[in-house]
Design a binder for this molecule. Structure first.
Ligand SMILES: *Cc1c(COP(=O)(O)O)cnc(C)c1O
Length: 224
């Protein structure tokens, strides 16, 4: 199927039409991104610093680039000037560096805190205690040039729908619980980034506001 057909059938299955579609274009060509862009997509997700730098230089400047990978502190500088939202923030150290680079660019960078919800060892993210610790730390209050707009999580890679649904429910409840707290001024919790090609319907049913979709738009990825 073409990118156009994929986008249409994807939209037809949305449980929540207001949920933002982030087209995950990692490994895919400039041409593929242009096709999606010409069909109205403006939000694209990448997980490698060098790749997103190269792509953004060649593509229209009204694209909103989402960084969805694990971001190393020493690479924040490269993406700070153009990045729209960083999905995977999981430490005070990283947040502090994002703030520093945002100040240099004279902007505020939007971030999501990544929460560990899967039953897998390989996934990054904060557990609930680490989240509380981060939110309550003195240091976070002084980070004037980051804005924490929500949470992000990845479910376990499994066919077990109940398990995935429970993990999404868990992220939603962590989000709701966090919203009831007294939060620093740089928090404005609105977004829950959860759901990928295999589980976005479940994610939308459980309250996702942002899904990150690669394969269902662009087809299988080929890693070289
Ligand atoms: C690659 C990736 C996606 C997209 O995965 P698909 O299954 O191809 O939709 C979503 N989120 C993150 C964090 C990813 O790395």
């Amino acid at each position: 199927m073409s990118i156009k057909e994929n986008l249409l059938s994807l939209k037809n299955t949305f449980v929540n039409p207001h949920c933002l579609l982030v087209a995950v274009s990692k490994t895919h060509s400039i041409d593929a991104i242009k096709q999606a862009y010409d069909l109205g997509v403006r939000d694209f997700g990448e997980n490698k610093v060098q790749e997103v730098e190269e792509k953004q230089a060649q593509l229209p400047k009204d694209i909103r680039w989402h960084f969805i990978g694990h971001l190393q502190t020493n690479k924040v500088k490269s993406i700070a000037p153009f990045i729209y939202l960083i999905h995977g923030v999981d430490s005070l150290k990283l947040l502090t560096e994002i703030n520093k680079q945002a100040i240099k660019c004279g902007k505020v960078i939007n971030c999501l805190l990544q929460i560990y919800i899967a039953k897998e060892e390989s996934k990054f993210g904060l557990d609930i205690n680490e989240l509380d610790e981060l939110v309550q730390s003195e240091a976070i209050k002084s980070l004037t040039n980051v804005k924490i707009v929500g949470l992000m999580g990845m479910a376990t890679f499994t066919d077990n729908e109940n398990m995935v649904r429970e993990e999404f429910k868990n992220l939603k409840s962590i989000f709701e619980r966090l919203k009831t707290k007294e939060l620093p001024a740089n928090f404005d919790l609105k977004e829950i980034s959860m759901g990928m090609s295999g589980d976005y319907i479940l994610a939308q049913e459980e309250g996702s506001t942002m899904i990150r979709i690669g394969t269902a738009i662009f087809g299988e990825r080929e890693y070289k």
